[in-house]
Design a protein around this ligand. Sequence first.
Ligand SMILES: [Zn+2]
Length: 118
Amino acid sequence: MFKKSYNRAFNLKKKKMHIKTGDNVLVLSGKDKGKQGKVLAVSPKENKVIVEGVAIVSKHTKARKAGQEGGIIKTESAMYASKVQLVCSHCGKGTRVAHKIMEDGKKKRSCKKCGEVL
Ligand SMILES: [Zn+2]
């Protein structure tokens, strides 16, 4: 029941994602707090991300084809993007993202801690 209202609140405000696929992120809360991993997928609609090796859940699968075995597979589950922070490749710390406008007018993300463009 808690989860439902939580979901609704998140769906109301669609945020622009600060995390992109392939980013290295730091987990800020939950059982995987402190872990770092690569972002495998993002869902801006849900404001969720899937991070490699984080939020692992067991899924029960059934054999669908002959020769295929059913069983339990471990897979990453989606988690809220607000629970992860981008890891700066320059200073190696989890950081909030600042936006910098480059000389050519392009918007780039940069590290709030060291100012490095990411
Ligand atoms: Zn940095």
